[in-house]
Every structure is written in C-alpha cells, then in structure tokens.
Write a protein that binds this ligand. Sequence first.
Ligand SMILES: CC(C)(COP(=O)(O)OP(=O)(O)OC[C@H]1O[C@@H](n2cnc3c(N)ncnc32)[C@H](O)[C@@H]1OP(=O)(O)O)[C@@H](O)C(=O)NCCC(=O)NCCS
Length: 329
Amino acid sequence: MIEAFEAKTSMKQDLDAWCLVFAEGQAELSGGVVDPGVLAEQLRVGDEGRVRRWLARRAGSICGVAELRTQQHDPAAGFLRLFVTPSARRRGVGSRLLARVAADASVERIQATVLAGPPGEPFVGGWRVVLRLELHEQRLDQDTLRRCQELAIAAHPAHRLVFWQGAAPEQWVASFGRVMGHVLDAPGADLQMASRTWDTAAVRAWEAGMGGRHLLVGAVVHLPSDDVVGATVTTVPSWEAGVAEQHDTAVLPEHRGGGLARWMKARQALRLHELFPTVESVTVTVNQQNAPMLAVNRAVGYRLLRERLLVEVSTDRLKGGPRCGPALG
Ligand SMILES: CC(C)(COP(=O)(O)OP(=O)(O)OC[C@H]1O[C@@H](n2cnc3c(N)ncnc32)[C@H](O)[C@@H]1OP(=O)(O)O)[C@@H](O)C(=O)NCCC(=O)NCCS
C-alpha cells in the first residue's frame, strides 16, 4: 500500500520508521551517515515546501520510502530518493512507490543517484545517465596518516593553512565565500547544484544549516593578501560517529597547479583525526571526469569504493510505463 507521507502531521511511530528506512538506504547509497533521530526532528520542523514524501507499507510496517525534492538550480527537475528495506525487496514495492511519485509529481523530469550494478542500476534501467560519479573512502589508518604527514610538510612560503570549526572567522568569511563559488568550476557541477552568490550572508546561512553535524573547514591563506584562496569542507555527525563526509574543495584558478589542494587536504585529514579520533574513515563523491580532484584524493589515501550514476527520466515517460526498470529501456 502506497501513501503520501506528511512528516509534520504523521504519528511519531510512522515518522521514526520512515526516517529509519531512509537513513539505512542513504547509508547504503552514499556510505554517509544520517541519524534517524536527527532527521525526524528536521522533518517535524518542516522544510521549504519543495519536498514531497511517500511511504509503502507491508503488513502495517513501513518497508519503503520516497522523497522528491525540486532542484533549486533546475525547478523543472525533482531529485528522488527512494529506498526499500532489504527484506521487502524484489516484490514490486520500489516500482509501485515510483509509479506513485510519477503520478503525483509536478516536475517534468526526475533525477536520482544509484550505485552502479544491482539493485539500483537495473531498477532505473531505462533512465538516461547524466553523470558518472565515484564514491571514494579515505581510511584514517596509520598508513594514510603517515602519508598525510609527509604531504603536510610541503613548503609553500607564500601561503599558510588555517582551520576552523563552525563559523568562519570574520576576517576570512568573504574570501572563503569567493572560493566556495569556484566549486562550480568542477566538471558537471552545474548539473548537481545551483550557482549561488556566496556573500557573507550566504556563508552564514550555510554554516547555520548543518543540521546536527560538526563543520570543519581547512583553508589556504595567501600571505601577502591574507585572503583565503583555497578551502576544503568536511562534516562529522554530531553523535559518536565513525564516518565523516568530505564535501567541497576548491582553489582559486590563479593558485592552481602548485600542490595547494594536496597540502590542504593532507593537513585536513590530520586535523580531523586530532579533533575526532573516533572517525575511522571519510567518504566523498567525485565526478569521474574530474581528474585533478581524483589525483589529489588518491595522493591523500582515498580509494575507490563504488561507482555511482546520476540518472534522469522524463516524468511522462514514467507515467506511461508499468514500471521504471528495464521494462522502460
Ligand atoms: C532499488 C530499490 C529501490 C528496488 O526496490 P524493490 O522494491 O526491490 O524493486 P522492485 O521489486 O519494484 O523491482 C523492479 C525491477 O527492478 C529491477 N531490480 C530490482 N532489484 C534488482 C536486483 N537486485 N538485481 C537486478 N534487478 C533488480 C528488476 O528489473 C525488477 O523487476 P523484477 O523483480 O520483476 O525483475 C531497492 O533495491 C533499494 O532500496 N536499493 C537501494 C537504494 C537505491 O538504489 N534506490 C534507487 C534510487 S531511484
């Protein structure tokens, strides 16, 4: 049975179960960590009205969840997250959820990421592959830490490294924002995120929206100007966590090619280990076309875990077919 799910008005038991299936699915898909309790609190407060949710029940229990979020950078597209709990798979639950999402959706296109291979890739068999992404993991073991220590002592006389947790210090917030604007230089980044003005207010809003995660920023400061010219962003779940997530890394174009990113990311790994000794690994998703970022990540000990695909289908096409899988292909 498929139902629309309204987090704000749902019974607590349903909200908790929905968040648990979602968190487990998200962990399987991205290697990242979502705390179901924190998620439930966020959903209760409510979001910006660009998100719709559904659930599937079997014998009264929630066994599948779906969420469609209108893309900020592309309002004609919705980003889908759809998970079926492992014990309920291969019984058509995912297909029924997807059919309902397509019937209710008001967007023209639906996008999603899946891991290459079963079950995700065959499930979205007929969808167009927009981007090929790689999921990498850096294990913070002795080997990686030693490698990072060696890279961290590189000499960069015109630059220094600074680190902060949470809000950026006042003197760097503007130049940090400028660097964050250059994350869009990455191949395919425009397909995944909106171009935005990273002024001080935008940086402050982003910092305030971490939703139960510690924010750790490593930055390269150019000594003559005292401006941030490179930055890397890592988050750590605020509960006792073994896995951190690596997000944006950027260096201003005129400072690229000199090893600053490698230096900064090596020191960021060491800093992360010092501050959060329970964190054993860091995961990141990188576009397969982004050779410089992949090379930097390899140097600081990231290893490929899985390939992920960003896929897309027209909503009309989904409505037309009996289901989304190879039947549409
Ligand atoms: C992908 C997922 C949602 C499928 O849910 P499900 O309820 O098992 O899917 P269905 O039973 O409706 O399967 C529909 C079709 O998808 C394909 N498929 C699903 N799982 C598959 C698998 N493990 N291997 C091969 N094909 C598979 C098949 O063609 C299947 O039809 P069939 O069973 O008649 O052969 C579920 O496995 C899941 O939550 N995976 C992790 C998250 C994910 O990848 N989500 C997709 C985001 S869109």
